[in-house]
Design a binder for this molecule. Structure first.
Ligand code: UTP
Ligand code: MG
Length: 583
């Protein structure tokens, strides 16, 4: 996307705030001549009312001068407020839009984009985009307009004096250009480093437990120090260019002034220049150099804003959202679940599921077993379309998954994940996921069925107990129970359970066992099971190996098989159970 295209797209966001835009444009146009007219008034005051003494006229002019100054200040105030309000409003809209879009993106996007990068887009990049509206666009136009009016009045007052003043201009333009390019490069480095720093911080604060457990603080800190160093260096480089540029501009403007005074004073003596002009010109010069000094900077800000805008649009243009063309959006999801020659890969290369076909009849339970990495979690991620399959088809109740509206599909299928994720908030909020239609009574009833009620009553504040981020102030078993209640509250037609691998004490085991039985009761269920007790009660067992189904059948059938995967699993289990007391 070219800068111009980005600008065009950004400008579209102005539409709801048209009146603010036009008001500030109007102010910009009005301010330019007012600003330029002040030296002109001084010029007249000196020549017409001081050199030829006219006290009354001088008073009138002084009052006019004050009025212009006052109006100009009021307009500047209004201009700043308006442009910034517009910027903030547009960013507010954009931020909501970007976040909603991120929420709708497929998991495969998040697999390859660090969290820190996403937060950088939503927070830092959008803040930079803001400057396009608050400091870019109109402000640049206002500066150029003001520059042109000042130049016009200068030429009108004295062509020769103006030309003398402009002798240094080429040097100034060259300096501005070099400055602009240098600062741009260092700005880009700053932005890249910010994104890196955010991603690093995000990851290592989330993983603080692991960092501390392995006493890796020093290594992490030293890695951070490196990133921090590069970030600081990038900032310092930028500061260096500013530190050089502004004094250079000062020198150039002083030189201009010097030339002007030198030539102007001679002109006065020779009667070519009036005293008034000589007094007014330094004022013109100040007004000429002031915008030039900031323009280079503002162009950069605009350009950076556009670069950031480009990145934000990249997210908005990311079409990795679930294509939802499904029409079925009501009724129940009752019927057989059928996989036909399904193949799937996360990255489009390595297939993690190969030619998987099976059928689960309505209301039955399927237990999936297999060693780690064999593809169990992958299979269930396909059923509610978290990922798209590469080949084959998946049908529920005689319809392809794609025929179902995704929201409907996900509302009818409850998934309890291997690693339970709880949000900061109360127990109740975590169970209902902030669905206000679910009452406390219903929550309590579901908790009783699951067997979680008495555990929750033990928490201070019971259902209103406030969980920390990720529910870190709960035990693993408690978190699991909450996620079971969450699933039961959905009253799904299909239940999918990815049992946690962590082994728990016998009491919690039996509580969870009971909970699982309640969950899978009367509905089609797919359970990735690690406990033999769960597996034994299933209607079918599927054994996976390297993404392929190696065994499928009733538990009794599989047990009868010589050298079967399930059989060996079964035997190992009883062996361990005998060896480990209390298991
Ligand atoms: P699974 O996550 O399906 O394995 O990954 P699993 O059977 O459930 O394993 P456990 O019992 O929970 O440990 C199957 C393969 O898919 C890859 C993994 O590398 C693994 O080889 N994978 C998994 C990805 O490439 N990306 C993912 O996001 C997840
Ligand atoms: Mg898994």
């Amino acid at each position: 996307m070219s800068s111009f295209q980005i600008l065009k797209r950004l400008v579209k966001f102005i539409r709801p705030y048209r009146w603010i835009f036009w008001s500030s444009a109007f102010l910009a146009i009005a301010m330019a001549p007012l600003n330029a007219i002040l030296p002109y008034l001084t010029n007249i005051m000196v020549d017409e009312h001081i050199m030829k003494p006219d006290l009354h006229g001088l008073k009138v002019m002084a009052i006019w001068y004050l009025i212009v100054l006052f109006v100009l200040t009021a307009m500047r105030y209004g201009f700043t407020i308006l442009t910034n309000t517009m910027g903030q409003q547009i960013i507010f809209d954009l931020r909501n839009k970007v976040y909603s879009h991120i929420l709708s993106l497929r998991l495969s996007y998040f697999d390859k984009t660090p969290i820190g990068t996403n937060t950088t887009r939503v927070i830092n990049d959008l803040e930079t985009v803001n400057s396009v509206f608050s400091e870019g666009l109109i402000t640049i136009a206002a500066d150029i307009l003001s520059l042109l009016t000042v130049l016009f009045l200068m030429f009108w007052t004295s062509v020769k004096l103006t030309l003398i003043c402009l002798v240094t201009f080429p040097v100034l333009l060259l300096a501005s250009y070099v400055f602009k390019e240098k600062v741009k490069a260092s700005f880009q480095r700053v932005r890249t480093q910010v994104a890196r720093m955010n991603a690093f911080l995000q990851e290592h604060i989330s993983g603080i437990k692991t960092v501390q457990i392995f006493a890796a603080e020093q290594r992490v800190a030293s890695k951070f120090k490196d990133i921090n160093k590069e970030y600081t260096q990038a900032n310092l480089d930028g500061i260096f260019y500013y530190a050089v540029f502004f004094p250079v501009v000062e020198i150039i403007s002083a030189a201009s002034l010097g030339f002007m005074v030198w030539w102007g004073a001679q002109g006065v003596l020779e009667g070519l220049v009036t005293i008034g002009q000589l007094v007014a010109f330094p004022m013109y010069l100040a007004r000429l150099f002031q915008p030039v000094r900031t323009l280079a900077d503002k162009f950069n800000t605009l350009q950076m804003g556009l670069v950031a805008g480009g990145r934000v649009f990249e997210i908005l243009d990311n079409a990795e959202t679930a294509k939802d063309s499904g029409q079925i959006r009501s009724g129940k999801l009752k019927g057989d679940i059928v996989f036909q020659n399904v193949s799937f890969s996360y990255n489009g290369e390595t297939e993690v599921l190969k030619d998987v076909s099976f059928k689960l009849e309505e209301g039955k339970t399927l237990a999936i077993v297999g060693s780690t990495g064999s593809g169990k979690t992958s299979i269930i991620s396909l059923i509610n379309r978290l990922y798209e399959i590469d080949k084959g088809s998946i049908q529920i109740a005689g319809h392809d998954l794609k025929e179902y509206n995704i929201e409907f599909l996900r509302n009818r299928i409850a998934v309890v994940l291997q690693d339970v994720f709880l949000f900061q908030g109360t127990v109740m909020e975590n169970m209902t996921l902030k669905n206000n239609r679910i009452t406390l009574e219903e929550v309590i009833e579901a908790s009783r069925i699951i067997g979680a009620h008495e555990y929750i009553m033990k928490l201070p504040g019971d259902y209103h107990y406030v969980l920390a981020e990720r529910g870190s102030n709960l035990s693993v078993g408690q978190r699991q129970l909450i996620s079971f209640v969450r699933a039961l509250l959905c009253n799904p037609d299909v239940l999918i359970l990815d049992e946690a691998t962590s082994s728990l004490d016998t009491e919690t085991e039996s509580v969870l066992q009971h909970a699982i039985e309640k969950l899978i009761e009367k509905r089609s269920s797919i359970v990735i099971a690690h406990r033999l007790s769960t597996i034994q009660h299933a209607d079918h067992i599927m054994a996976l190996e390297n993404g392929r189904i190696v065994e499928f059948g009733k538990p009794s059938e599989l047990l009868a098989k010589e050298d079967g995967l399930y059989k060996s699993l079964y035997e190992t289990y009883f062996q361990t159970a005998e060896e480990t007391p209390g298991y």
